[in-house]
Design a protein around this ligand. Sequence first.
Ligand code: NAD
Length: 483
Amino acid sequence: MTEIDSYWRSYIGGRWVDAADGRRRTLIDPATAESLAEVALAGQADVDAAVSAARACVAARALVSVRPAERLRWVMGIGRELAARRDRAARVLSRDSGKALSEAYTEIDGAIRYFEYYGSMADKLEGTYIPLGDGYVDYTIPVPHGVSAHVIPWNYPAEMVGRGVAPALAAGNAVVIKAPELDPLGCHVIVEAVEAAGLPPGAVNLICGDGPVAGAALVGHPGVDHIVFTGSVATGQSILHAAADRVVPTVMELGGKSAAIVFDDADLDALVESTRWGIFMNAGQVCSAMSRMIVTPTVHDEVVDRVASLGQRLRVGAGIDDAELTPVVSASQLARVTGFAERAVAAGASTATGGTVIDRPGYFMSPTVLVDVDPTDEVARDEVFGPVLTVLATDSAQEAIDIANGTDYGLAAGVFTRDLDRALWTADRLAAGQVFVNEWYAGGVETPFGGIKRSGFGREKGQEALRNYWQTKNVGIRVADPR
Ligand code: NAD
């Protein structure tokens, strides 16, 4: 077992500090249900201090008065410092979140990549010159929002920090991160890299606190100019209300109920491999998980047999031992996920495999494949956020698309076929922010990611996402004729 530090502080104004009232939260190891470490538990006073530190950084123009090349070096430097701590970061993240060590390494590498990718754009944000004829000079300047608040979910805490904080800094914003209360430590290790990279005090601040307390205090804070939220629809709605009260721009990356359409000519080996990552990686706690499969009847039984057998073969264990099926994050998440499976079976679904808690310490749910489900059933409509795949059948391509599009969500979707015409026809009709063809999660840091409908709005990742982090200021100048 990796030993990890027993106590982790907040980072405010360039210093590691206790909570103002000294409170701490005990973090639980999801693989053992035993306590792992403590973290300073932020309340209103800590949120005030973090926002003040970020405001002071903005007021001092510490991130925008320098040459943009300096900002580039700072942001890319965070990536380099994180790379230097890669082992520590991955091991801490794996123990804290429960995810497999190899997946924690992938997540940390992703975070490093965000700092590299967006850092390298810090000196390429340019305005425009707008011709207005003689007597005028008119130009635009990309200006940062100011203080950007980042409310982070527990399923990919390190990746979400990289994804939002890197472009925010590149564009010249100061940041306050509200780490998830269940597994904040991946965020802490990134902020250790921020400190080592030598950013100005207050440029990045980190607190961990309960959502309804510290999270709500942050998003409603008068000193916050911009909110980036990744999490559930319900929390997103409450943050949107807070943002509306103060007319603050937001980016909303919310949940999903993403479906793969499987045609009879699909490469089933590729499909099974995609299922491994699509629904069983990180115990299915992925916003764009492949939680539904809509399969042509001629291959339905074979697909069900193969994905059920995959689920049965997965090596179950602690993330730090790099198991293939790792625990869900908490006892309440386990109860939530198993509740979905139990209600589905009570409503008439059959389990091709799984459906139960695994009898061992920690929070393990068996890899689950459900069949005989109606597309309108709860388990086919709502986000489960666990290792639960629902397989539906239809022989009509149009009906498959209607089922795929028939939820409130629109984060991701996929199609598996060897027929290019069919793939493109289907991709055009799937209502989702991204469509994966023949490989679930095809894409990268470079490719825009985000949802439609209740999956949210605004895009993260790719060059397009940088646009979330600045606004245009236009300067119009009347120039007199000197003759
Ligand atoms: P959550 O909404 O419960 O919590 C997310 C964050 O919001 C946490 O930091 C939490 O403390 C905070 N929070 C909770 N209540 C708050 C409030 N009233 N005001 C301000 N902040 C508050 O979500 P979760 O359970 O941590 O994460 C799972 C959800 O996140 C799933 O729905 C998943 O699909 C979604 N998610 C989406 C993406 C994406 O990119 N679209 C990525 C990861 C996770």
